[in-house]
Write a protein that binds this ligand. Structure first.
Ligand code: FES
Length: 160
């Protein structure tokens, strides 16, 4: 689980900025590194990112909002990623997404009201041979169906 940073404590961010500073095309790798580290890209970090990368805040904000992958708010305790690339799409990923939305009571890119789950689409988890695939937290699940998914959500929801 990721915690929101103390708003004035950017010590975690500095090494990431230093690492990518001055690199051509370094913004995307930097944003990925930040999200991997914190679970999201805090809005308050945008001015610092812009400064380090010699870009305007609007440019940084534009990139963050262009890529659905990036979150600007802390995710729930578990991120549920439903694969919607071709193979999984052909094997019923829409039904999985519908099941997840109904069960969690939230839409894609949203977090359930109890803060336990954030729901995302993903485009290929590398398990095409065992479609449809879902990732919950760090764990991959192959050959899913709506009732298996529901069981996983119930278990994960009870044991954060
Ligand atoms: S298309 Fe879903 S795992 Fe590859």
């Amino acid at each position: 689980m990721h915690h929101a940073p103390d708003s004035n404590d950017w010590t975690w961010l500095q090494p990431l900025l230093t690492q990518h500073q001055g690199q051509a095309g370094g913004l995307l790798p930097l944003l990925h590194a930040i999200q991997d580290h914190r679970g999201f890209v805090p809005a308050d970090a945008v001015p610092l990112i812009a400064q380090a990368m010699n870009l305007s805040r609007a440019e940084v904000h534009g990139v963050i909002s262009y890529y659905h992958h990036f979150r600007t708010e802390a995710p729930g305790q578990h991120v549920v990623q439903i694969c919607r690339a071709e193979s999984c799409q052909a094997c019923g990923s829409e039904a999985l997404m519908a099941q997840a939305q109904a069960s969690l009571g939230c839409a894609e890119h949203e977090t359930s009201a109890d803060g336990r789950f954030t729901l995302e689409s993903v485009y290929c988890l590398g398990l095409c041979a065992s479609s449809p695939a879902v990732q919950i937290g760090d764990r991959l699940h192959a050959r899913m169906d709506p009732s298996k998914l529901q069981r996983l959500l119930t278990v994960a929801g009870g044991a954060p």
